[in-house]
Write a protein of this length. Structure first.
Length: 599
């Protein structure tokens, strides 16, 4: 060791008397910048538990933990942040689709317990929860909340044509829209059929359309129909809908299925043939019946499907106009049934005798007959000539124009130049109005007893009707119908005042007494709903499987009170949409093999 190195430690003492380099400052807290990234905050009620924050965190600092029961549109999970890992980059905030997550401007927190630095913002209460400053996202536009628009026929011309109104996505548009999906899976939980939505959207994004269609067909045998007319509850809960437009899930499903002219060449059903040697009869060729028939057939069952009308599809055939759901789309899906080996019996209504015969010759029977009885408006004069139920109107129109059936009158209900009033506010009312317009009606008015925002019809259908210059009169309660001296119809209605029983409750229409308005038209179409009709069954059978109103009761497997007889669709659930009927069918596809001891 050199002498210099030996004396070096003592040289430090020379600095003891030196003037310090640092300058003491007053010990005060300095205010952070308004956009400072401090500790996390979260509006736990606005948060939907999608997990986008956890997925994007590069440090694995965020875990999703159970905080509440899952509900429609909310997984029940909330993010827990570990500040031993967090780097305060704020990516979690920037990609939060609900806008609930933020970073406060607070930046000091001292504690001897390291466990306190791992907490659930918005749930584990902190002093900075109400801090209005800090980082709250929206700076970098990392999430695209805007939907890729769908091309449509111009509103001013489409009311004069039966051509399909919605034109569909191009490949580039579909992939761009699919790229918006956050893959949170909230949509899957909301879908009655629990379709593999993020998975098939991811396949579309990657250009693997065959994989997308196979994923779709695992839980839905009518995807092109759903891609055009589904009530899309999945989109109602989409994370993007909190601050923008939901992913166009329905349109993407449509895009994938329209890529292939013959789906039989694409679908690769990989299921065990557990039903070989077993026979199942299906009554009704609507969505629930098609679901049961298809999935049991590919599992080896011998399936006989009986439909009273000339074509399968149920309400999707006769209730949905072809400008929304063209016949080739339906026929392509019916071909899948034939390809699976289902024996189709159209123009074959089932009566009490045939029902008992099917029970004795089959191992199980499924009833999916739908709601074939239109409800009355229950106003004086609705039995006058020129007043027709929407169900009858739409059924006759489709039979006349899409089949060679001789069971309908030769002359349409609505003739060119007529003025038409439609009473109701659901999709059936919108369909009846738009069909009337295409039949040549000079003017079409929809009369609805509540507000426009209360209409049960799909908002897109309402907008389309208005674009086609269909008038919508709201808060109009029908009182009676009278015939005018010149043979027309006078729909007399009273204005409604919307009254809520209590704060926050849905207001009800209450008639304003003493005021009457007149709407003189040539035809009135009642569209206030459908009800069950089981008169084709014997009274004993009706009493065994249905309540006094005609609704069929089933257990968790979809079986009625009659052993071996199952049911689903609109006769069972009150939702009255195709995807719920498909979900009922899927339940029965599991229930029949279980009842037969095959699984």
């Amino acid at each position: 060791m050199s002498l210099k190195n030996a004396l070096a430690p003592f040289g430090i003492w020379a600095r003891a008397l030196a003037r310090p380099y640092t300058i003491p400052v007053e010990d005060i807290m300095r205010a952070p910048a308004d956009r400072y990234r401090g500790w996390h905050t979260n509006d736990a009620e606005a948060c939907i538990g999608c997990g986008s924050c956890s997925d994007i965190c590069q440090n694995a600092a965020i875990d999703m933990v159970v905080n509440r029961d899952a509900t429609k549109g909310d997984t029940g999970l909330r993010p827990m942040v570990d500040y031993g890992r967090c780097c305060w980059c704020a990516l979690c905030v920037d990609v939060c689709p609900s806008g609930s997550l933020g970073l406060s401007s607070e930046y000091t927190w001292v504690d001897k317990d390291p466990e306190v630095f791992r907490y659930v913002p918005g749930v584990d209460k902190k002093p900075w929860d109400d801090d209005t400053k800090g980082w709250h996202g929206g700076e970098w536009d990392l999430i695209n909340h805007d939907r890729v628009p769908m091309s449509m026929l111009p509103g001013e011309t489409r009311g004069q044509t039966w051509a399909e109104v919605v034109l569909g996505y191009s490949e580039e548009e579909a992939q761009r829209e699919a790229a918006r999906c956050l893959e949170c899976g909230i949509c899957t939980a909301a879908c009655p059929a629990h379709m593999h939505i993020p998975e098939y959207i991811g396949a579309i994004r990657d250009g693997n359309y065959e994989q997308a269609v196979n994923l779709i067909y695992e839980t839905n045998p009518m995807p092109e129909m759903c891609g055009k007319v589904c009530t899309r509850r999945c989109e109602d809960v989409c994370a993007h809908a909190k601050q923008g437009e939901p992913v166009a899930i329905r349109w993407l499903k449509r895009f994938a299925t329209e890529r292939f002219d013959d789906l039989r060449e694409v679908i690769k059903a990989d299921v065990a043939p557990i039903g070989v040697g077993k026979r199942v009869a299906v009554i009704g060729g609507g969505p629930s019946g098609i679901t049961v028939a298809y999935y049991l057939a590919i599992r080896g069952f011998e399936v006989n499907l009986y439909e009273a009308l000339p074509t399968l599809g149920g309400a999707t055939f006769f209730g949905i106009p072809k400008y929304r759901f063209p016949m080739p789309s339906l026929e392509k899906q019916v071909d899948m049934l034939r390809g699976a080996g289902v024996k189709l019996h159209v123009n074959s209504p089932v009566d009490a005798a045939l029902f008992e015969e099917l029970r004795s010759t089959h191992d199980a029977v499924f009833i999916g007959a739908g709601l074939m009885r239109g409800k009355a408006m229950r106003v004086e004069g609705e039995d006058a000539p020129g007043v027709v139920n929407a169900l009858t109107f739409l059924l006759e129109h489709h039979l006349r124009n899409n089949t060679d059936s001789d069971k309908v009158s030769k002359e349409p209900v609505v003739l060119p130049g007529m003025k038409v009033a439609v009473v109701g506010g659901g999709n059936t009312a919108i369909d009846a109005a738009r069909v009337s317009l295409r039949l040549g009606a000079s003017e079409v008015v929809i009369s609805y007893r509540r507000r426009k925002e209360d209409m049960p019809a799909d908002w897109e259908e309402i907008e389309d009707a208005e674009h086609e210059n269909i008038q919508i009169d709201v808060q109009a309660i029908p009182l009676r119908i009278e015939q005018t001296p010149d043979g027309r119809l006078d729909l007399i209605w009273g204005p409604a005042e919307m009254v809520a029983d209590k704060p926050g409750a849905r207001p009800k229409p209450v008639l304003v007494e003493g005021v009457e308005n007149h709407l003189v038209v040539d035809r009135i179409i009642g569209a206030i709903g459908q009800g069950p009709n089981l008169r084709w069954l014997s009274p004993e059978a009706q009493g065994t499987i249905a309540d006094k109103w005609g609704w069929i009761k089933v257990n968790e497997d979809g079986m009625t009170g009659m052993p071996g007889v199952f049911a689903g669709g609109d006769l069972v659930n009150e939702t009255a949409d195709a995807i719920s009927a498909i979900a009922d069918g899927l339940r029965v596809v599991q229930g029949i093999p279980r009842w037969l001891g095959l699984q």
